[in-house]
Design a binder for this molecule. Structure first.
Ligand SMILES: [Zn+2]
Length: 393
């Protein structure tokens, strides 16, 4: 989420492409002329790139608004969906505007934050996800000890530290209730370098309570040379043994990916499509088995990639047996589930069951769990896939 350059918008929420309904993959369904089947890959999956604040249930937004006496421009889930969901490739303003529709409802509210984390785990369990890493900026859900206070909130008493505790609680309760594993990654924001030191500190404090890594999200044109606080935070993360990922090469060029790898010492690349613009860098990253967190539907709707899925960079990753995952990114905004991304991959990019297995094994190997838990996750996948552990990938 929060990316910079996008192609010009067509009418937001316009009925131009699809007729009346806002349903699963609306807009895309029309283009694909067929619905996503129930489960394309009906086996346990691993998801590594999804934003908590982009994965909230619409009904929860309505419930919380009602409880807090916040008036929204829509009163039914359907109307609210029509405002929030992105149906066609959009501009930056259009995409960011989606967060303005609801972030002020959940930010600063303890009950809401714990609830969205809990419900997130339930939703992922339903999608057949066995292990998920969910990311968010604690600052963007706070209303104290954050400068500036986001979403036009008034000063309150919910600070980033408590936000992390609330999310940890919601996730761990969800883990127990729905019997999957859910861990979190804390995001630095490229336009807010002054928050980054807090973020790495929170990663250290809560590393044994569910926080497994650090991320850098936002406008890729803001590099780390001009914003050294991000670099310093990542250097701290390296010293403390905190796992690292960075949004890079989503809409930005290969140079952003190179900086993420060489300066920030990232272990995974969020999206990374731009890598293909620099064949030398791509070869290097292939050789070091760098993990790319690919989000197919997201990359179309944010304008990061060509809207023709048959030209998607992940097809190159697949052919080269690269290390990558398939992810939803912001399923609330895209009105999607992980199955939709798998469906697109199968239907438009030639993905097979074998490739789905391979990429999930690679995802598990690239996750930020401690070694012992990672091995347990891998064993469960091998068993579910009917594979023996020595299968070379
Ligand atoms: Zn993202």
């Amino acid at each position: 989420m929060l990316i910079m350059v996008r192609r010009a918008a067509s009418g937001l929420g316009s009925p131009a492409l699809c007729s009346a309904r806002i349903s699963k993959l609306s807009g895309h369904l029309c283009a694909m002329a067929q619905p996503a089947p129930e489960q394309v890959f009906n086996k346990p999956k691993v998801e590594l790139h999804v934003h908590l604040d982009g994965a909230i249930r619409v009904q929860t937004i309505l419930d919380v608004a009602k409880r807090r006496g916040i008036s929204l421009p829509a009163t039914t889930a359907q109307q609210m969906k029509e405002r929030i969901i992105l149906q066609e490739p959009d501009t930056l303003t259009g995409f960011l505007g989606k967060f303005n529709e609801y972030m002020h409802v959940v930010a600063g509210d303890r009950e809401a934050i714990q609830r969205i984390a809990f419900e997130f785990v339930e939703d992922k369990a339903r999608e057949g996800v066995l292990y998920v890493e969910v990311r968010y900026s604690p600052h963007l859900l706070s209303n104290c000890k954050v400068e500036p206070i986001p979403w036009n909130q008034k000063q309150g008493d919910l600070c980033p530290d408590e936000v992390v505790r609330l999310v940890n609680k919601g996730l761990s309760e969800g883990e127990r209730a729905f019997r999957i594993k859910a861990r979190s990654i804390l995001c630095c924001m490229r336009h807010m370098p002054s928050w980054s030191d807090d973020v790495v500190e929170l990663c250290e404090i809560y590393r044994n309570e569910g926080v497994v890594g650090i991320d850098l999200a936002g406008d890729e044109s803001l590099n780390c040379e001009a914003n050294p606080d991000h670099r310093k935070a990542y250097e701290k993360a390296v010293r403390a043994g905190i796992h690292r990922t960075v949004h890079a090469g989503e809409v930005g060029p290969a140079a952003v990916v190179r900086e993420a790898v060489e300066v920030l010492k990232t272990e995974r690349v969020g999206h990374g499509y731009g890598t293909l613009g620099d064949p030398d860098l791509y070869r290097e990253l292939l050789a070091q088995d760098m993990h790319f967190e690919v989000c197919p539907l997201s990359s179309k709707l944010t304008g990061a990639c060509n809207s023709d899925f048959t030209k998607h960079p992940v097809i190159t990753f697949m052919r080269d047996k690269a290390n990558y995952s398939l992810n939803t990114d912001d399923p609330l905004i895209f009105n999607s589930t992980l199955n939709d991304d798998y469906f697109l991959a199968q239907e438009h990019m030639g993905f097979t069951e074998e490739e789905f297995k391979r990429l999930n094994i690679k995802s598990a190997k690239s996750c930020f769990l401690p070694e012992k838990e990672k091995n347990e996750l891998l064993s469960r996948l091998y068993e579910a896939y009917g594979m023996i552990e020595s299968t070379p990938f």
